[in-house]
Design a protein around this ligand. Structure first.
Ligand SMILES: [Zn+2]
Length: 203
């Protein structure tokens, strides 16, 4: 809801209104992203996140590199077993925070998801299994979907924040960002608990 800055009456909801119907003063309405646009941007980003991971999965990994990646994954698993669930949450939360940053967030995010694909490619190469089969196993797990939703929320919010800077409406959009950041934190926390249980009891 917006009000005339001069006379203070409640302004009608119609878009593109330039003058106050009461006192006639010029009105600069702050730009805001509609829910419909947010949903479209989110779905497009989610699709690109999957594409990034698939490209990483299909990338060639030589054996030396595959073994190095496998060692890194093993070290991370050991840290998770010893320290606990906060290792998963801490890692994913830090990655997600950077994805929110205007301008650089999307590049960073797609790079992280491409690397996720490379980890799958490395494990597939070492175990001589089809990497796409391994990728499909990842998406049988609930926590993977939850993480991809969080990453996509963060990257799409980065795009909207960047656009809001161009439209000089950055302060307005910060409120939406804090809501989305809270939602991401909750999803990532639940995902970390599910993944931690899987690591402890399944594998
Ligand atoms: Zn007015």
């Amino acid at each position: 809801m917006s009000y005339c800055p001069k006379c203070g009456i409640k302004l009608p909801k119609e878009e593109g209104i330039k003058f106050c119907p009461n006192c006639g003063s010029l009105i600069h309405l702050a730009w805001s992203c509609s829910l419909r646009t947010r949903v479209i941007v989110f779905l497009a980003v989610l699709f690109l996140c999957f594409i990034s991971t698939i490209l990483g999965t299909l990338a060639r990994v030589n054996l030396t590199e595959a073994l190095r990646i496998e060692r890194d994954v093993e070290n991370l698993r050991t840290a998770i077993r010893v320290v606990g669930v906060q290792v998963i949450f801490g890692n994913n939360f830090m990655y997600t925070m950077i994805m929110f940053v205007p301008v650089i967030g999307p590049g960073w995010g797609f790079f992280i998801l491409y690397n996720t694909g490379r980890v799958i490619a490395a494990i597939a190469a070492i175990n001589r299994v089809n990497p796409i089969f391994l990728l499909s196993l990842l998406f049988l797990q609930m926590h993977a979907w939850m993480e991809y939703v969080s990453y996509s929320l963060a990257i799409s919010e980065s795009l909207i924040l960047t656009y809001s800077i161009i439209k000089r409406s950055f302060k307005n959009e910060l409120k939406n960002m804090s809501v989305i950041l809270t939602i991401c934190s909750i999803i990532l926390l639940l995902a970390a608990i599910i993944e931690f249980a899987a690591i402890l009891y399944l594998i």
